[in-house]
Design a protein around this ligand. Structure first.
Ligand code: ATP
Length: 201
């Protein structure tokens, strides 16, 4: 017998970030969240420029897209979207979600983010609309384990019981710049692109 209609809904996790570069933290957390929350797909969306990260060393969108494609190639549930990089300028999550919901009518979206994003979330553009369109799945991040859910958003935020992974793009860039090893911090294919293109030197 056919199950309830909701069972056939496509469940899509939206994972946005600078991915400058993508690292093992992103990959492992996305894999765990995908499995534990029964997502059919995780859409990795490199942004062209975050409204909250200005003036820092950001690799070109083409380089970050290439790295995210390389990082995600091994998982059939992962795909990479150019929706923000193609548009250029500042990326606003609410606009991305509106466009995604037109592209995937009837899909159920969840927005995936680290707990470092929580404190600033109410300053994102139209946060109420964001969580209505895509309730949050938040994974704990080292240093932000106790981050509070902004008032009024509690019923739209679910925490993932995932381990703390002490990796950040900032640290990886700093290590490359100062000639230290970044082995095992990102997939080999990503490290190859960084080396070939001379990124973060
Ligand atoms: P940077 O150090 O350059 O700011 P980042 O490692 O924080 O980079 P982003 O691309 O900005 O990486 O992150 C994308 C998303 O992944 C964000 O929601 C961020 O909170 C989350 N994230 C990244 N690294 C971790 C981690 N080690 N643990 C938990 N969440 C993480």
């Amino acid at each position: 017998m056919a199950g309830p209609a909701t069972e056939s809904v496509l469940r899509i996790g939206v994972f946005g970030g600078t991915f400058n570069p993508p690292h093992m933290g992103h990959l492992r957390l996305a894999e765990m969240v995908c499995e534990r929350f029964g997502l059919d797909r995780v859409l990795w969306i490199p942004n062209s420029r975050s409204p909250f990260k200005t003036g820092e060393e950001l690799a070109d969108a083409a380089d970050r897209l290439a790295m995210v494609r390389a990082a995600t190639a091994g998982n059939a549930a992962f795909s990479v979207s150019e929706i923000e990089t193609r548009q250029g300028g500042t990326s606003y999550t609410v606009e991305t979600l509106r466009r995604l919901q037109q592209a995937y009518p009837g899909a159920a979206f969840r927005l995936m983010a680290g707990s470092d994003q929580l404190s600033g979330f109410s300053r994102w553009r139209e946060p109420e609309e964001i969580v209505r369109r895509a309730p949050l799945i938040v994974f704990p991040r080292a240093g932000y384990e106790q981050a509070a859910v902004p008032e009024g958003f509690g019923k739209y935020v679910e925490f993932a019981d995932t381990p703390l992974i002490e990796l950040s793009g900032t640290d990886i860039r700093e290590r490359i710049r100062t000639g230290r090893s970044v082995r095992d911090m990102a997939p080999p294919a990503v490290l190859e692109i960084i080396a070939e293109r001379g990124l973060y030197r």
